[in-house]
Ligand binder design. Structure first.
Ligand SMILES: C[S@@+](CC[C@H](N)C(=O)[O-])C[C@H]1O[C@@H](n2cnc3c(N)ncnc32)[C@H](O)[C@@H]1O
Length: 334
């Protein structure tokens, strides 16, 4: 879930101070904001006169905010309603890219818009589409077989009760259509009397959102394509909100910034090559001050790396997360 909040028309993007300290040495070029949302990061970058921003968001509703910036900054701001996995399709007149930014998750507006069905507080037909999707959660819950539902809940939600919840869904859907309320009831009944710190439905909803929005392949392809587009010296910045996302981003930066003299799997000529330089091994997290203002920023982790070399093939990266990509591709009758 996003930690971005909106207070009395003031919009507070998460880890903004930390973000500015990373990108300010790069001012004077083009920045790609892959997750525009309400434009918190984009606006901050555009405050500096010689910066340009290309913004992306898969949710067409954010055009409301993008239009404001298009009017204000005409030649310095452009918006594309595409998924960030397609970032390599953006045509650049001149490649003066300085940084590519990902602030993963959902905006507060998306969570508050109950018609999108992202929150378990939503009502009615299951949805969870962020934008530019091929199907919704309604179709998954109505058609996916028990074994595959179990895999989605277990691997994308780390849900301990995945198999019992999957079995119950199959049983109930024979009698009636499962909407958002029915799904949360099924989960609540199975997890009854369990003393959890988080809502009973959090993990199952996270798993279904990842599946419906293909968030694993979006992230894997988005990072690889961002690397390809970025010139040497450019920076990739990623803010994650849950451990699965962070695991992927951590491997991406760590694996390609460390020498692998001891690896048996790499040919000798690849062992001494690194593709990123990292300033911090540990992620940046919200300060006590930010946590007080915005408690949901507690799960945000910011990682970044400077590209130092071209031609990385990312074979190990793709291989490492193939098991997740395979689950994301599980078929069902739509
Ligand atoms: C946490 S919000 C970004 C908030 C933004 N940094 C701000 O300050 O307002 C994430 C945004 O990324 C968008 N998004 C998520 N996954 C995406 C993807 N694969 N491609 C394009 N946009 C995506 C969502 O629609 C949402 O608007």
């Amino acid at each position: 879930m996003s930690a971005t909040i909106k207070l009395e028309n003031n919009h507070f993007p998460v880890l903004l101070k930390e973000f500015i300290s990373i990108i300010s040495p790069l001012y004077g070029g083009t920045f790609i904001d892959c997750t525009f949302g309400q434009g918190g990061y984009s606006k901050k970058i555009l405050e500096i006169k010689n910066n340009k921003v290309i913004a992306i968001d898969r949710d067409s509703d954010v055009y409301l905010y993008a239009k404001e910036l298009e009017n204000k900054y005409k030649k310095r701001f452009h918006f594309h309603n595409i998924k960030f996995s397609e970032i390599n399709k953006i045509k650049l007149k001149k490649n003066d890219l300085k940084a590519i930014i990902f602030d993963l998750g959902y905006s507060t507006n998306q969570i508050r818009d109950l018609s999108k069905g992202i929150s378990f507080k939503s009502k009615g037909k299951l949805n969870m589409k962020m934008g530019l999707n091929n199907f919704s959660t309604h179709e998954v819950i109505a058609n996916m077989n028990e074994n595959n539902l179990n895999k989605i809940f277990k691997f994308f939600g780390d849900e301990k009760y995945s198999s019992r919840i999957a079995r119950k869904i199959i049983e109930i859907r024979k009698k009636k259509t499962i909407d958002t309320e029915t799904l949360t009831e099924i989960i609540d009944k199975i997890k009854k009397f369990k003393n959890y710190k988080i809502n009973n439905s959090t993990k199952i909803f996270q798993a279904l959102r990842i599946f419906v929005n293909k968030e694993i392949s979006e992230l894997v392809d988005g990072l690889i394509n961002a690397y390809s587009l970025l010139p040497v010296g450019g920076v990739i910045v990623v803010v994650t909100f849950h451990s699965l996302e962070d695991k992927i981003v951590k491997f991406f930066f760590k694996n390609y910034s460390e020498l692998k003299n001891s690896s048996r799997y790499l040919p000798d000529n690849e062992k001494n090559i690194t593709y990123f330089k990292l300033q911090n091994k540990k992620p940046l997290i919200a300060s006590a001050e930010e946590l007080k203002l915005n408690p949901s920023s507690r799960s945000a982790k910011l990682r970044f790396g400077t590209k130092i070399r071209n031609d990385c093939n990312f074979q190990e990266f793709k291989q490492k997360f193939k098991y997740l990509l395979d689950i994301e591709n599980l078929e069902f009758n739509k």
